[in-house]
Design a protein around this ligand. Structure first.
Ligand code: NDP
Length: 495
């Protein structure tokens, strides 16, 4: 047996290894060393977890629990996450290499999702229909879907899981979670809090392992009613087509190539800070990364210089330290992919103003770091401007006027987010109207909230997470007809 820390799945209220007894190792992106093991599950584990979730949905205490009690459980869970925020944040950092300060900020904010959706649980209402038939009373009920499979990526495991779990449970569904093979530990650690909060067995279950094995098996399982997926667009397309085979509900939160647009009239110092946080926060590993910086030509030189100057000050280092500003890339394959995109940008003719390689410092040699990298004179047709990199690479693209900015901003298959920096309120509203993206920020970037619907236009996804609308994606509507007439009429007499 290895001496790495081991984490176990929660299935039907029991902590367990995989049916085969195989394990997957998980590495710390800062040291490059393996530090933990999680079960490598297979088909048998999928069957067990889905069966447990289906039983919990169809019978047992969860199925009988009223909505107010469901809400209380969610709020209790929120309190426990607040209590354990530091512990969970430190686990996330070991697994995904993001800054402790950022992960702690996320963990301290997460309870709000459970409070908000816990509060919504007993406000899910149907309606009485104005009937056009005599002596008929009809109304609608809004009911949960059943077993929901939640599939999450590696960049913000607990936050992106929460965006699914909180509305799914508030609506009365049960859940099977498949975390990323690279960052499963914090999700498995969270499971203890579900037990402590008092959730009945089988309401929340986990299955760790490879996406192409357990992910596919979960998505195609006949007892699964819905798949809520966050990840890359190619995997999303495959999940979508698998789920279509037996007509499952699907929510897809996919990638982006978001434009962050700076006009000459903007407060330039603020806009530069927004450009930097838009791309270098989380080492660029966010779906909403403002990876295309569109800058009006009259301030192009000035903005480029300021962005480079500020990016140059970024401290790379141990993500647990409060002095570190940019951490490593979460996975080794992703680090290599980011480096390949640097070659792609150079080959495409972009000019590298900063970075463009692994850092040389001895202290960073074992970690999966890439220097904050900035390319200038990027044209929107270059691959570096069209494909999601998911790393600390910024492309600066010049434009002359509003129409050109809008046309470049929308010239992408994605539509997740966009930023506009301007002092002109009319321009700001025009852009918020005309940019084809699920979120548009004006004079800010990267803000998200439990209250604000989040999701993609175009190939960035389907459905919305967060906000009141999110719960609709976990409900279905039933129409009920009650005949109040004394006598049922002769069916052979047409009326
Ligand atoms: P992937 O698409 O590679 O994986 C996402 C999840 O899907 C993982 O749990 C993965 O498991 C699983 N998976 C892989 N193959 C299958 C399959 N055939 N069937 C079912 N599940 C499968 O994404 P990454 O983990 O690389 O995450 C990065 C991506 O996530 C980026 O493209 C980013 O834009 C996107 N993202 C989108 C967000 C949004 O809200 N729109 C937010 C954050 C990230 P395994 O890890 O084992 O392969």
């Amino acid at each position: 047996m290895s001496n790495l820390e081991r984490f176990y799945n929660l299935v039907d209220g029991n902590y367990q290894a995989s049916a085969t007894g195989c394990w997957l190792t998980t590495a710390n992106p800062y040291t490059g060393a393996d530090w933990a093991e999680v079960p490598q599950c297979g088909i048998d584990d999928v069957e067990q977890a889905v069966a447990a979730a289906y039983r919990a949905f169809s019978s047992g205490p969860w199925a009988r629990l009223n909505a107010t009690a469901r809400g209380k459980l969610l709020r209790r869970l929120g309190d426990l996450i607040a209590r354990d925020a530091e512990k969970l944040a430190a686990l996330e950092v070991r697994d995904n290499g993001k800054l402790y300060a950022e992960m702690l900020g996320q963990l301290r904010y997460l309870p709000e999702w459970y409070y908000y959706f816990g509060g919504l649980a007993d406000k899910i209402e149907g309606g009485v229909l104005p009937s056009d038939k005599a002596e008929v009373f009809s109304y609608t009920k809004r009911e949960p879907l059943g077993v929901v499979v939640a599939i999450t990526p590696w960049n913000s495991p607990l936050m992106l899981l929460t965006w699914k779990l909180a509305p799914a449970l508030a609506a009365g569904n049960t859940v099977v979670i498949k975390p990323s093979e690279f960052t499963s530990c914090s999700t498995l650690a969270l499971m203890a809090l579900f037990k402590e909060a008092g959730f009945p067995d089988g309401v929340v279950n986990t299955v760790t392992g490879f996406g192409h094995e357990v992910g596919t098996a979960l998505v195609s399982h006949p007892l699964v009613a819905k798949v809520a997926f966050t990840g890359g667009d190619a995997t999303g397309a495959s999940v979508y087509s698998q789920a279509a085979k037996n007509i499952k509900h699907v929510t897809l939160e996919l990638g982006g190539k978001s434009p962050n647009i700076i006009f000459a009239d903007a407060h330039i110092e603020n806009a530069v800070k927004g450009a930097i946080s838009g791309i270098f926060a989380a080492s660029g590993q966010t779906c909403i990364a403002g990876s295309r910086l569109l800058v009006q030509r009259s301030v192009y030189q000035q903005v480029s210089e300021k962005v480079v100057a500020l990016a140059r000050t970024a401290q790379l280092g141990d993500p647990m330290l409060s002095t570190t500003q940019v951490g490593p890339i979460t996975t080794l394959p992703q680090r290599d992919k980011v480096l390949q995109y640097i070659d792609v940008a150079r080959e495409g003719g972009a000019e590298c103003l900063l970075g463009g390689k692994r850092p040389e410092a001895e202290a960073l040699a074992n970690g999966w770091f890439v220097e904050p990298t900035i390319f200038a004179d990027v044209h929107n047709q270059m691959r570096i401007a069209r494909e999601e990199v998911f790393g600390p690479i910024l492309s600066i693209i010049p434009f002359d006027d509003d129409d050109e900015a809008l046309s470049i901003a929308n010239d992408t298959p994605y539509g997740l987010a966009a930023g506009v920096w301007t002092a002109d309120i009319r321009r700001a509203f025009r852009f918020t109207d005309q940019i084809r993206a699920g979120t548009v920020w004006v004079n800010t970037y990267r803000a998200v909230s439990f209250m604000a619907p989040f999701g993609g236009y175009k190939q960035s996804g389907i459905g919305r997470e967060n906000g009141q609308v999110a719960i609709d994606d976990y409900l279905q509507t039933k129409s009920v007809w009650v005949n109040l007439a004394e006598e049922v009429l002769n069916p052979f007499v047409m009326r």
